[in-house]
Design a protein around this ligand. Structure first.
Ligand code: FPP
Length: 247
């Protein structure tokens, strides 16, 4: 399946090493079909599965999914509870299959804000998939880019306060080490579904030179074929990182 796009990807040069996705449009998908929003999130879980498989097939090494933002805590209580319950369900149900596929799961964000049950489920999927070699999957949960940078600033200030660092030691590398994404290369490609042209507080530090691909497809309709389209779009870009181009 989808081998034509995969063949094209293989012929088109470098595959993005790290792909990040803002999975948007679950609510609108459900509304269009006359379902409650929760149904959209449940369907969105299927797209998560498909995207992970597609990423491994395309040769992507790191996949980062924005599953729950700091701002999402302010949604109606019922919706937050249902998203947490979906996360627990996902962790229990998918753990073995992810392990089998060689996917190593990491959960990044303010995990301390979760209830005990959700933290345990998260812990289970992280421990159960440790050592996977085919794909690193980062689930960004209770994550916000500004909060992440603020946290870093506080950590660095504390280190200066304790005499572990001087102000002059604070450079990009020092800050990077205090981010949730410590040791991860920046995303090469950021995909956003549902046609919205905004970043929504996602990986603000890390996406400085990331290529953007916005698709109108709502997340529950997103398939591996859409992922391959985004990779092909990326492969047509001329990345200059602020320098002069080759052409
Ligand atoms: C955005 O759609 C999506 C979310 C807030 C949640 C993302 C969750 C999933 C894709 C399913 C579960 C995933 C895992 C990893 C367990 P929205 O509700 O903002 O949609 P709208 O903008 O159309 O209202």
């Amino acid at each position: 399946m989808a081998s034509e796009s995969l063949d094209k990807i293989r012929l088109s040069g470098d595959v993005p090493n790290h792909v990040a996705i803002i999975m948007d449009g679950n609510g609108r998908w459900a509304k269009q079909k006359g379902f409650p929003r929760q149904v959209g999130h449940r369907e969105g879980m299927k797209s998560v599965r498909e995207t992970i498989e597609g990423a491994a097939e395309a040769g992507i090494n790191i996949l980062t999914l924005f599953a729950f933002s700091t701002e999402n805590w302010n949604r109606p209580r019922k919706e937050v509870a249902s998203l947490m319950s979906l996360l627990r369900y996902y962790a229990r149900k998918e753990r073995d299959s992810l392990k089998h596929q060689g996917v190593e799961v990491h959960v990044l964000g303010e995990i301390e804000r979760f209830d005990d049950q959700t933290r345990e489920a998260v812990d289970l999927i992280v421990r159960g998939t440790k050592g996977g070699q085919s794909l690193r999957l980062n689930l960004m949960i209770s994550y916000g880019g500004r909060e992440e940078i603020l946290r870093s600033v506080r950590t660095l200030a504390e280190q200066v306060d304790q005499g572990e660092l001087t102000v002059d030691d604070i450079d990009e590398d020092a800050l990077r080490k205090t981010l949730f994404t410590v040791n991860l290369p920046d995303p090469d490609l950021l995909i956003r579904t549902s046609g919205e042209y905004r970043i929504s507080n996602f990986m603000l530090w890390q996406i400085a030179y990331t290529e953007l691909h916005i698709t109108p497809v709502l997340w529950p309709d997103f398939s591996r074929e859409h992922l391959f389209e985004a990779v092909l779009d990326y492969q047509r870009r001329d990345r200059r990182f602020g320098l002069v181009g080759t052409s």
